[in-house]
Design a binder for this molecule. Structure first.
Ligand code: GTP
Ligand code: MG
Length: 1009
């Protein structure tokens, strides 16, 4: 069956199921994703086997007379705006307290089995319910107390009434099976619960009790218990008594450990610890064989056992980790990477050698390091390990992989791919030269190492040494832990330096992490293996040899070794997954061979298969040449020229900008300015957008891109830390979004990157100036939001910030073929400067972390066109999230958009509204309030119209029509929303937008051809 929008709905499937006799229950509100009906679908009339009808979450206001002809026994009408119905005296009802009161003449209290008290219910309705129960006219099996559906923080103005009657309500309902008290800050657990012999489901979520009484866990039939959002830092030992418990929700409580007694709940199938700062998931998890779902957030920094790499892979991985650990005992990680960086000739290689052998004699002929040289260093160490019963110190051999980076400029941009987290960095400076750009090195390490410690080693080289303002540097770079001086010619200061490096290595947070011994065994076997790389089949064989049985476990270990930088094993890449590179330095050296090859350098970075055969001529490379090129591409070091067998390594391109025509008329300039600019941004951009490069207009620091009639020139000015972008007059917006999107992806790989986006002033002076005033886009947005003009620093004229921005987002003049939208776009429409800001920030972050790019629409500005445009070309692979709050519903531009959205019937499946708590539209009174608001606006304008002359009326008439449209839209907004994929802010609060992500992912996954 299809609904009136032509798509097969979930309830449609359910109707089918009842029609075919597979079910006797119809839940019309089920499944947010297809919206819920406003009336009973006509097909229901044929359902002669229908016994239970659920209307919760629908907009049904009227039950038709023919319903009486069906054998319906039970109707759940809670959270449904039911107003009219035929007499159905035999039906058993679940109702809102307000409806129970309203229908008191239609429905006999004895027929009511379930009731909901909500924020919207007045004192009279609550008192009425309490009275019926008190007089034993009514005996409930379900009682729910929760804020009005869809409205997260609709406040409990009636909390005192609820609190006053609650004990009597519960005490008078000894047959209760379900009791849910949600987001109702009573501060206590109602005492009469202890006498509920039949209670199977209990929610006390957001009730904030001071303590949990022991008897709570002795309620005999309790199977489902929700204690989320409660500030509980521990649970009473009595928890172990709740033998029948199968679902336990403890999310969003400050629990630092999973309560011990949980492991006694053998029937548990679902355990929810989302949002709890737990530190470990212990081996006891193996005691819960029935458990099928564990919700934890492995991205929380506290959760370290099992290692996050394991936890991220889910319950089975956690179990297998502990099973193996049990079978084989534990070993502890005592292994790390030491990275030595600095300018060419500073003494890095010499230091690396002296760490291994202090008596190593200086070698004047020390060749400059090509690429990276790796060596290993071992020393006996005491490793601190944390176990359930406290800390211990163990004797272990500490293994260090020293990565000595070649210091020549040519390597700087490629090295960044090999800088890793959980490592120690040494920056060697040559004190005779004063050429060390400390800030550059500190910045790069800071950007890429995720806070790994860095030690500056000033190599004195014959006694000359100059001071470093260490104190100041340390303020700026918290990861800078020490600055030491050495003289490698006489070893003075060497012992202290080595001791300090050792200490920092031993203090790395991952040292001492427990690992199953089988893992360690495989790891050792691989380390002893002299081969550079092996096939994945061979890797599995080695794992089996050391006691692994399941391929999933082996892959898990492979992923872990890769994450730690011990081997290279890209399991997601179809080609690369066939090979495990046991010596990562061999892989990197192979890559550098190409970049260092004189012929390829002479050819300005262009190479083909014959070059690769030459560079990788040894038999060892032959079988993996394809993999190695793929590896280079993966690191953005080269790209293949479309429809050709040539490759280009942008860092070897000519430095000289080629000649190409450029017409400045009608175009636009944009600039990105970085606090710290990573090297090679434009080169990565060249690789990522290589299919848009115009002719041969590409050089080492810049590129001209073309898409249809649009052109963009991007030039990196590393010394001034900027990217300069010029856009041609045509298709400007499309080009901005292409470049912005690609840059976004690149920027994301630098966790702490800070930059500013700027556009030039458009005043008469700046228009013709060489160096026009540049405004930061963020600043313009601030001014535009406040409606203030901004002052040009050159001409001192005031310019309109909103206009400057709107130019940035100006839609194309009509005509010209429409761009086929790029894959996977998500737009957000929301009202600026309110609560929605925070939600959108969070959503954007969370979705970005999962790889979805969210484009914001600044709809409060004059440039509301983007979303309109977007809506027009909205097709497969795109979605719009609309954040509805009170301010949105009162904003002209926002509402204009919403009506646009709502009018496009086939687009409803692509629109995902999020309801903020103050969007009071599911309540008839609230809706009325908005209608009144827009009616008043219209009346005000109408009045104003009479006062101005006819010639000025044009814009105003349109405005008047708009108000009218909005007013009508509000009146039917619940209908509109019912057809969309509605989510409430509340649903996202706990889930980290997981559900939204899934829905969006499905939507934008439908990529256009
Ligand atoms: N006199 C003296 N010479 C030193 C000292 N440290 C290093 N050298 C010499 O300086 C030269 C360069 O040292 P390397 O260790 O190769 O420098 P590097 O940092 O590895 O250089 P790249 O690999 O090119 O980045 C070699 O000839 C060393 O012998 C020192 O403390 N005193
Ligand atoms: Mg060197």
């Amino acid at each position: 069956m299809t609904d009136d929008r032509g798509s097969v709905s979930r309830s449609g499937q359910d109707i089918q199921a009842v029609a075919e006799g597979r079910s006797d229950t119809l839940d019309l509100g089920r499944g947010y994703h297809h919206g819920a009906p406003r009336e009973l679908p006509a097909a229901v009339r044929q359902l002669t086997g229908l016994r239970t009808l659920r209307l919760t979450g629908t907009g049904v206001t009227e039950l038709p007379g023919w319903l009486a002809d069906l054998p319906v026994e039970t109707i759940d009408a809670r959270g449904c705006p039911l107003e009219v119905m035929p007499p159905l005296p035999w039906v058993r009802w679940a109702l809102d307290a307000g409806k129970l009161h309203a229908f008191r003449r239609m429905i006999a209290p004895g027929r009511v089995y379930g009731a909901t008290i909500s924020t919207g219910d007045d004192a009279a309705a609550i008192a009425h319910l309490a009275q019926l129960i008190d007089q034993r006219q009514l005996s409930l099996t379900e009682l729910v107390i929760e804020p009005q559906r869809m409205l997260l923080s609709s406040t409990w103005s009636n909390l005192a009434d609820v609190d006053r009657h609650l004990d009597a309500l519960i005490g008078g309902s000894p047959r209760l099976r379900t009791l849910r008290i949600v987001d109702c800050p009573l501060g206590r657990v109602p005492e009469p619960i202890r006498r509920l012999r039949h209670l199977t489901e209990l929610s006390l979520s957001g009730v904030l009790p001071d303590e949990l009484p022991d008897w709570l866990f002795e309620v005999p039939a309790l199977a489902v218990l929700d204690l989320s959002h409660n500030r509980l830092s521990r649970l009473p030992a009595a928890l172990g008594q709740a033998e029948r418990l199968s679902r336990l929700t403890l999310s969003s409580n400050p629990l630092r450990e999973i309560p011990d007694k949980v492991w006694e709940l053998e029937r548990l199938t679902f355990l929810d610890l989302w949002g709890c700062p737990i530190q470990r998931i212990p081996a006891e998890i193996l005691r819960l064989p029935a458990l099928t779902r564990l919700r934890v957030d492995e991205t929380r920094p506290e959760l370290t056992v099992p290692p996050p790499e394991v936890t991220a892979r889910g319950l089975d991985a956690i179990r297998s980790y502990w099973r193996q650990e049990r079978a084989s005992g534990t070993d502890y990680l005592s292994e790390a990477k030491l990275l030595i960086v600095g300018e060419a000739g500073a003494g890095k290689t010499t230091l690396a050698k002296k760490i291994l052998r202090p008596d190593y004699a200086l070698n004047v002929g020390e060749g400059s390091t090509q690429g990276i040289a790796v060596s290993s260093w071992r020393f006996p160490s005491a490793v601190r390990v944390v176990e359930a019963d406290g800390e211990r110190v163990l004797e272990r051999d500490f293994r260090v992989h020293i990565w000595d980076f070649g210091g020549q400029e040519i390597y700087h941009s490629t090295h960044q791919f090999f800088l890793t987290k959980r490592s120690v960095y040494v920056l060697v400076s040559d004190e005779r030269k004063e050429d060390t750009d400390f800030r550059y090195w500190l910045d790069v390490v800071n950007l890429l190492s995720d806070g790994s410690p860095l030690i500056i080693v000033q190599n004195r080289k014959q006694g000359r040494s100059h001071d470093l303002d260490l104190r100041m540097l340390r303020q700026e770079y918290p990861n800078l832990v020490a600055a030491l001086s050495v003289d490698l010619s006489d070893n003075s200061g060497l012992a202290e330096t080595v001791a300090r490096v050792r200490r920092e290595l031993e203090l790395l947070p991952h040292i001492g992490t427990a690992l199953p011994k089988t893992w360690q065994d495989v790891r050792l076997a691989l380390e002893g293996d002299t081969r550079e790389y092996i096939s994945s089949t061979e890797f599995f064989r080695i794992c089996e040899e050391h006691g692994f049985a399941r391929e999933a476990d082996m892959k898990q270990l492979g992923g872990f070794l890769h994450d730690l930088g011990i081997c290279l094993y890209f399991q997601e890449d179809p080609l690369l997954s066939r090979t495990v590179v046991l010596k990562p330095e061999w892989g990197t050296a192979a890559v550098y061979r190409v970049l260092d090859d004189p012929q390829i350098v002479a050819n300005q970075g262009v190479f083909g298969p014959e070059d690769l055969e030459r560079v990788w001529h040894e038999p060892i490379y032959e079988p993996v040449r394809d993999e190695l090129v793929r590896l280079m591409a993966k690191f953005s070091l080269c790209f293949q020229v479309p429809t050709s067998d040539r490759f280009v390594a942008p860092q070897l391109l000519s430095q000289v900008r080629p000649a190409y025509p450029w017409d400045d008329r009608g175009g636009l300039t944009l600039r990105y300015e970085y606090d710290v600019m990573p090297k090679g941004v434009v080169r990565r951009l060249i690789v990522d957008l290589h299919d848009l490069i115009e002719d041969k207009a590409v050089w080492r620091n810049g590129v001209v891109l073309r898409y249809e009639s649009g052109r963009a020139e991007v030039i990196e000015d590393y010394r001034r830390r900027r990217l300069q972008i010029r856009l041609g007059a045509r298709n400007t917006r499309v080009m901005i979004s292409i470049v912005d999107r690609a840059l976004n992806l690149i920027h994301r790989s630098y966790p702490d990157l800070r930059f500013e986006r700027l556009r030039p002033c458009n005043c008469d002076v700046c228009r013709v100036a060489e160096e026009p005033t540049m405004f930061s886009v963020r600043e313009l947005e601030d001014f535009a939001r406040a409606g203030d003009p901004i002052q040009c620093r050159s001409s001192h004229r005031l310019v309109d910030a909103a206009v400057l921005l709107s130019e940035l987002w100006q839609p194309e003049d009509a005509g010209g073929p429409r761009r086929k939208a790029g894959p996977g776009e998500v737009f957000v429409s929301y009202k600026w400067g309110g609560d929605a800001d925070e939600l959108v920030d969070e959503m954007q972050g969370k979705l970005a972390a999962r790889g979805l790019v969210v484009t914001r629409d600044r709809n409060e500005m004059r440039y509301r066109d983007p979303i309109q445009q977007f809506m027009r070309r909205l097709g497969a692979g795109q979605a719009v999230v609309v954040v509805l709050d009170d301010a949105y519903l009162r904003s002209k531009n926002c509402m204009f958009e919403l009506t646009e959205v709502a009018d496009r019937e086939n687009f409803v499946q692509s629109v995902f509204p999020i309801l903020m708590p103050d969007a009071n539209i599911f309540d008839p009174m609230g809706r009325l309030e908005y209608v009144r608001y827009w009616e008043e606006k219209r009346a005000g304008l109408d009045e104003a119209m009479r006062l101005v002359g006819q010639e000025n009326l044009q814009g105003i008439r349109e405005e008047l029509d708009l108000y009218e449209t909005i007013r009508n839209a509000i009146a039917r907004i619940t209908d509109v929303l019912a057809d969309m994929n509605v989510f409430t802010a509340a649903r996202h609060a706990g889930s980290g937008f997981a559900e939204l992500y899934e829905a969006l992912e499905t939507k934008v996954g439908e990529r256009p051809e």
